[in-house]
Structure formats: C-alpha cells, structure tokens
Write a protein that binds this ligand. Structure first.
Ligand SMILES: [Zn+2]
Length: 236
C-alpha cells in the first residue's frame, strides 16, 4: 500500500468518526478547515484544536476581544512576583493575565486567559445551550493566543508572509535569519506603559506589536542609536 492509499484509508476512517461525533450545530469555518486538512482530524475536539493552531492571529484577535467583554477585575493591577505573592508572573515578558492569579481566578467553566465562560469543546459561544463546561478553564482559541504571545518566533513564517516578506524597518527583502521583534520592547511596556488598561495591554504581545525585521537592520539600528547617543554626549 502506498502512502497516499494509506492516507486515503486513514482519512475515510477519521471522517466517519468525525461525522458520528459531530455536534449540531458545529462552526462552519472549523468544519471546512477539518475537511481540507491533509490528515482529517477524527474528533470535533481535534478539529477545533487544529483550526486555532493554524490560525493563531485570529485566536489572538478573538482572545483580546473576549477579554474586553469583562475588562480587568476590580482592584487588579499588573504586578510581578514578590516573596509575598508567589503566583504572580516572574518576568514582564509573560503577558499579564489577571484571571490566572489565585486572587482573581473565576474557577471552572471560565477561561483563565480572557475571563469569559468556556463552553462545550472549549468553544467561546454557547452554540448548544448547555451552559459553561465545568471541566474547562481555557478556550481553545485562548490556548493558541497564549502560545503566540509567549513564543511569537514560532509564527515567523506566518508573520513574514503577512509582511509580504519585506523587512518592516527597511522595506528590504526578509532573509531567512530575520527575527520576530516587538515594536515596543516588552521591558519598555513594563517601564512606560504598565498602567495601560487591561486588556488593551495585551495588544503589546499580539499582532499590533509584532514585526519581522532583518538581523542586520536590527544590529545597524542599535549601532546608530548608540552612535547618536555618544554624539549628543560629546556635543554637551
Ligand atoms: Zn478565553
């Protein structure tokens, strides 16, 4: 049996399993995605996982929109770990997530990233009128968004394509060694923008603050900044 015969057979079996388990209704975009995969996901849950993993930028937009529905909990401010509060993030590189902190967690059935109810299959809308899923604390979309926010370099191919393979600082063609960069560096977000309201703050980890630049352009830019700093010191 050739690989393509094997794939055909596996996909027929997976499709039969998927159709049997498919709840009604099921999001059309996810179903379309599942049916056009090289390997058909055999369960609705895997179909949804695959959809958001393939579309992390959509997940990013959705997670921030969901978070905006409730805003930050009363009394929350962005703080980093101290001895007294062990469950806070250790670094300003971790996106601020109030509902992941013990003091503000909403418990089972609510997403620990955006704070909104989680429904069947980790979906963000109650398509099946069953109410929140008490066994879940993540939307499937928010898992994908969280991964993008914490490791944007893993989406370099997608981000390069979005910039039509042009360096966002020089406009030159992007090389293979180009790097994903935060337009406003995260240390500066913590230093200068930490009082920005949540979830607007999350935009600094999402697409609005991500760019791909050539490594050489990055180095030249840093050198030029250092040079102009030295000149202004000398002039003074
Ligand atoms: Zn969520």
């Amino acid at each position: 049996m050739t690989l393509s015969d094997m794939r055909l057979l596996r996909n027929q079996q997976s499709l039969a399993r998927l159709n049997k388990a498919l709840p009604d209704p099921f999001p059309g975009a996810v179903l379309h995605h599942a049916l056009t995969r090289r390997w058909t996901p055999p369960t609705p849950r895997l179909a949804i996982d695959s959809y958001w993993r393939t579309h992390p930028l959509r997940a990013d937009r959705l997670a921030r929109a969901l978070a905006a529905r409730n805003g930050a909990p009363e009394g929350w401010t962005w703080r980093l770990k101290s001895d007294a509060e062990a469950d806070l993030p250790q670094s300003f590189r971790v996106p601020p997530a109030p509902f992941r902190e013990t003091a503000f967690a909403r418990g089972p059935g609510f997403c620990c990233v955006c704070g909104q109810p989680v429904y069947r299959l980790g979906w963000h809308e109650d398509l099946w009128s069953r109410g929140p899923n008490k066994n879940a604390i993540w939307h499937t979309a928010c898992v994908a968004a969280w991964q993008l926010w914490n490791a944007p370099s893993e989406q370099a191919i997608l981000l390069r394509r979005l910039q039509q393979r042009r360096c966002s600082t020089t406009g030159a063609r992007l090389w293979k060694t180009s790097e994903v960069d935060h337009r406003v560096p995260l240390f500066r977000v913590w230093r200068d923008h930490r009082d920005t309201d949540w979830p607007t703050l999350l935009g600094y980890w999402g697409l609005p603050n991500l760019q791909v630049i050539n490594r050489t352009a990055h180095t030249e830019k840093s050198a030029a900044e250092a040079f102009s700093r030295r000149r202004s010191i000398a002039a003074a």
